[in-house]
Design a protein around this ligand. Sequence first.
Ligand code: ASP
Length: 585
Amino acid sequence: MYRTHTCGELRIEHINQSVTLSGWVQKVRNLGGMTFIDLRDRYGITQLVFNEETHKELCEQTAELGREYVIQIKGQVAERSNKNNRIPTGDIEILAEELTILNSSELPPFTIEDETDGGDELRMKYRYLDLRRNPVRENLVLRHKIGFEVRNYLNNQDFIETETPVLIKSTPEGARDFIVPSRMNEGQFYALPQSPQVFKQLLMVSGFDRYFQIVKCFRDEDLRADRQPEFTQIDCEMSFVEQEDILNTFEGMTKHLFKTIKNVDIDYTFPRLSYADAIKYYGSDKPDTRFEMKFVDLTDDVKGSEFKLFNEAEYVGGICADGCATYTRKQLDKLTDFVKKPQIGAGGLIYIKFNADGTVKSSIDKFFSAEQLKEIGAKFNAKDGDLVLILAGALNKTLTALCELRLEMGEQMGLRDKNKFSPLWVVDFPLLEWDEDSNRFHAMHHPFTSPKAEDMDKLDSAPGDVRANAYDLVINGVEIGGGSVRIFNDELQQKMFKLLGFTEEEAESQFGFLMNAFKYGAPPHGGVAFGFDRLVSLFAGLDSIRDVIAFPKNNSGRDVMIDSPSTVAQEQLNDLSIALNLKEQ
Ligand code: ASP
């Protein structure tokens, strides 16, 4: 038997017991006459003591040990004279009687400590060592627990977990596909699923009624902190439901997770915000509602002054930062530089300080009297001591820039507390969005999303104005999930494909199977998919999803540990009848 207990288990009540432990050597301290070893496993750290006086040979044996050696120890549990209240086993130690080296270890390339000296790239190359570190492992334990509670909740709601294939054909989530050549079908390719969308809808046609799957999805997109080429969704679909039924079910799941994982009670119904209002008040369809600071539209109020910028701008709007009138010139210059960054792209920043003493100071003093500035302030309900920040320019660009400014101010004012959670549903998304490059409409969610019944008559006359039964769950400015009520009638589905610019043949060749299925009694249905990695990283208080994935890829989509992607043997290419035509040699 390798062990009787784990390294996190022994307490004061185990004193005098003979035990066997196995684990990794975290640290060896030789204090002359006494050698102490911290022995570590997944469950914790236990201190071992080697006494030179009573166990001379054994003590000498410890000289061989280095960091990360794997050892087995037999000994007696004893009360420590010097207790360590920072670890749960800190009241006891093991008086070592027998030591077996189970395996040696090379010196690890970085320290296996909570705070390590290893840089990102090095830790990724040796990810299996990085995973020995507590904070990294804890993220994965959290991931496991959340997955477990998801299954628990959905199982109790009669959902059936069903696997769907990975070698399929293109699915319409709007990203580029990863493709896999088929050896047995020369010149043909599978695509990896961007999501199991069509399969889950087919399962509804099959009468499964409630489906879910915690499933890998693949999208060949440029990577960011919250994107990986392969990521995991909690993918769900339900039959005989309306939008409200779906929102309630998954609001329930979200609350269940907050309760069971974080012990946070959310006793209110998640607010519902229309897409139009999300853009109007926050400049984003995933607003961070941990704090207010809503946009105030001034476009019509500031026309007709001497100030050309305001007169000519398509949109003038701003935010009010409570208590920030004390911002110095330097701080305001920094904010101006922030909004002028190319990624944000505002032309400049206008401020109005409503000083605590009742005076007003603004960068547009020349064009507006103190009275006029106070009138503008009133639109924001600005009090003495507040700072109003205004941007002007083209509508969409300015809204987006103002969104960034709002988030930055929220950050500076300490309003984006990672321990505060503010969930909401964003609803009533537009069905379609116009794409300037291809000069046609794209589905805002995906082509299977149902238009709202009350907007159906605009489908021909004003397709851009049609709203969809589509919704996103947003928490703290992160899109955690999204879904829609689906089209379940083949005629409407065909019409949708036509609006999206598919010819009948294209629609038939790509989605003929689905439209065919719809001819055999498809039930009304709808669903949602949650970004599992994002959900875990939100619960863990992290900014990147990489930290909650055991073996993630870097920003170039590489796994630097296994060194993938990599070239393949010419023979493999021959088997697939593939010749490379490389852009760079
Ligand atoms: N398939 C969708 C997605 O991946 C989710 C859904 O509509 O259920 O975003």
